[in-house]
Write a protein that binds this ligand. Structure first.
Ligand code: GYE
Length: 321
């Protein structure tokens, strides 16, 4: 009798275990805490949509925090993700430095960190598992190479360049400046006469271009903007000053958003160097692999092209952002 009851009990227990254990694992969705830079540009908007859509598609719970372009907000968001014990922390660091402390806290809590889009400058590379994003130095070089080629059409004319930099201390601003300078260095006909930040926004791009025009007037032959939004803002300033963007002043920018293609079709922008914001699907894959303890690459570089105004109308229907 007693042994019979035991058999029944243990059979019931086994049934509970077999039923509950696998389903408990299967039901637990992956939780990612993501700290986004902000909503400063068309690029950023496309990046946010890509990340949210990819998480949804994969059934991943995404805790999304917008830092409004402030590092302190990102640090707070990361600390709150640690407190909530998310499975993975991902973020696009607004600036390169100042991350050691908070990333050490994440490491101590055993939460893997994935960098998307922008790099950090940390003493210990084990503070993050992977960095997914573009090669910004190469983007700067591509912008420079376009100008060097263009200059060959008028070899005797010296070109005065003004530069609109991205957010001070951000990886894309530092690297796009560096890559561009590397290519134009040694070319006596190409000279940057003014360089200032426009914080990657249209409003700031316009404002700073107005100041450049006030100071240098018709001396300016070329504008190199670290993103399309600043170029689009600056184009407005150029027009308001009675000049023709794309003709009186050559305009070069980076990102390849739809707004840039429209400006090229209108003849106001000469070239955009592509920077792909659609990082969501790759980010989710890396996060899943990390949690599954699969090896992940330390660096994943996005593939990109260059689009001069001549191909803009043909390419426009293919653009996804
Ligand atoms: O180029 C700019 C955005 O980090 C690559 O940030 C990104 C840059 C992008 O605001 O438009």
């Amino acid at each position: 009798m007693i042994s019979n009851r035991r058999t029944v009990l243990s059979a019931a227990l086994a049934a509970v275990i077999t039923l509950s254990v696998p389903s408990a694992f299967a039901a637990k969705p992956l939780v990612i805490g993501f700290s986004q830079v902000g909503a400063e540009s068309e690029w950023r908007t496309a990046n946010t949509v890509s990340i949210k859509d990819a998480a949804k598609k994969e059934g991943i719970t995404l805790k999304f925090a917008d830092a409004q372009q402030k590092q302190e907000n990102q640090v707070k968001a990361i600390r709150s993700f640690i407190a909530q014990r998310v499975d993975v922390i991902a973020f696009s660091p607004v600036v390169e430095s100042g991350w050691d402390t908070v990333l050490r806290e994440a490491k101590r809590a055993n939460i893997p960190v994935i960098l998307t889009d922008r790099a950090v400058n940390v003493s210990d590379p084990s503070l993050y598992v992977s960095f997914l994003g573009s090669d910004f130095v190469e983007e700067g070089r591509r912008a420079g190479r376009w100008l060097v080629e263009r200059q060959k059409k008028t070899p005797d004319v010296a070109l005065n360049i003004v530069e609109l930099q991205g957010t001070v201390g951000s990886a894309p601003a530092l690297d796009r400046k560096k890559g561009f300078e590397e290519i134009i260095a040694g070319n006596a006909k190409l000279k940057v006469i003014r360089s200032q930040t426009g914080d990657f926004t249209r409003a700031k791009g316009k404002e700073v271009m107005e100041a450049f025009l006030k100071a240098e007037g018709k001396k300016i032959n070329v504008l190199y903007a670290h993103n399309d939004d600043m170029a689009i803002g600056a184009i407005q300033a150029i027009e308001e000053a009675g000049l023709k963007p794309g003709k009186d002043i050559l305009v070069i920018s980076i990102d390849g958003v739809k707004g840039a293609f429209e400006a090229m079709i209108a003849g106001k922008l000469n070239v955009t160097v592509e920077c792909n914001p659609l990082l969501g699907p790759q980010l989710m894959q890396i996060a899943k692999d990390v949690v599954a303890k699969k090896p992940v690459p330390k660096r994943v570089v996005t593939q990109e092209g260059v689009f001069p105004a001549e191909v803009a109308a043909k390419e426009f229907p293919n653009r996804k952002y």
